[in-house]
Design a protein around this ligand. Structure first.
Ligand SMILES: Nc1ncnc2c1ncn2[C@@H]1O[C@H](COP(=O)(O)OP(=O)(O)OP(=O)(O)O)[C@@H](O)[C@H]1O
Ligand SMILES: [Mg+2]
Length: 232
């Protein structure tokens, strides 16, 4: 059998605030396969963002390990982790996180800076991605000159620009209406399926979760359900 793209082994995360102890994650075990669209689903405070932060190496778990593409990321120091992220991981944020002083084209091309592409090639690739998300006419627009849905489409183009193996998305359509959410999710799925990329999608919204192949439900820091569905 193929090695899982992401292996989560016995992950526990405890936060301490003074004498208070918060067990945000406990005994998390899961394998996520290459090309899987996996949703981490649960109510507010269930530990979704905490789990995503551990998977993306933004924080280290208190116990357990996380292996991505055969690399134990819990062992990587900050600098190596940053390099690993640039090479393997893309992000889509709820608040888009575009740089305000950069155009749609420049924002999309940014992750390619770390991949050794020349400027011309970066911009050609970014322009192609922006056309694919329907923003061919907005290349030189700044974030403030675009709607929320348009900004998130730039966010998607940026996330996929460097062809990362894994894309992490935390409530990526949390600020958008139902119709725009559907469009955005269809785009994400189409991109991911084309290149067999793995998506880990965090949401509290059952409608969003329905786009996934697999739903891991969290309650109080534990996985209580692991469902696989027919592809949409
Ligand atoms: N840095 C931190 N320090 C202390 N406690 C934290 C920290 N981050 C998260 N927690 C706690 O861990 C638990 C899980 O939080 P988390 O942010 O993962 O929830 P979530 O499922 O993403 O919720 P939401 O849907 O509201 O974003 C919560 O009880 C939260 O208070
Ligand atoms: Mg959260």
């Amino acid at each position: 059998m193929q090695e899982a793209m992401i292996k989560i082994c016995g992950v526990r995360k405890v936060y301490r605030i003074g004498t208070e102890k918060v067990i945000a994650l406990d005994r998390i075990d899961a394998d996520i396969q290459k090309g899987e669209i996996c949703c981490i689903f649960g109510t507010s405070g269930s530990g979704k963002s905490t789990l995503l932060n551990q998977l993306a190496g933004m924080e280290k778990p208190t116990e357990g390990k996380i292996v991505i593409d055969s690399v134990d990321i819990t062992k990587l120091r900050e600098e190596k982790m940053a390099a690993f992220r640039q090479k393997h991981i893309g992000f889509i944020f709820q608040s888009y996180n575009l740089l305000p002083y950069m155009t749609a084209l420049e924002n999309t091309a940014l992750p390619l800076m770390f991949q050794g592409y020349g400027k011309k090639e970066r911009e050609a690739r970014a322009a192609r991605l922006l056309k694919m998300v329907g923003l061919g006419e907005r290349l030189s627009h700044y974030p403030s000159q675009m709607s929320g849905g348009q900004q998130q489409r730039v966010g998607i183009a940026r996330a996929f620009a460097a062809k990362p193996d894994v894309i992490f998305a935390d409530e990526p359509t949390g600020n958008l209406d139902t119709k725009t959410t559907a469009q955005i999710m269809e785009m994400v799925l189409a991109f991911a399926r084309e290149n067999q990329q793995t998506i880990v999608l965090v949401t509290h919204d059952p409608e969003m979760a329905s786009y996934a192949d697999r739903i891991l439900t969290l309650i109080d820091g534990n996985i209580v359900k692991d469902e696989r569905k027919d592809k949409k």
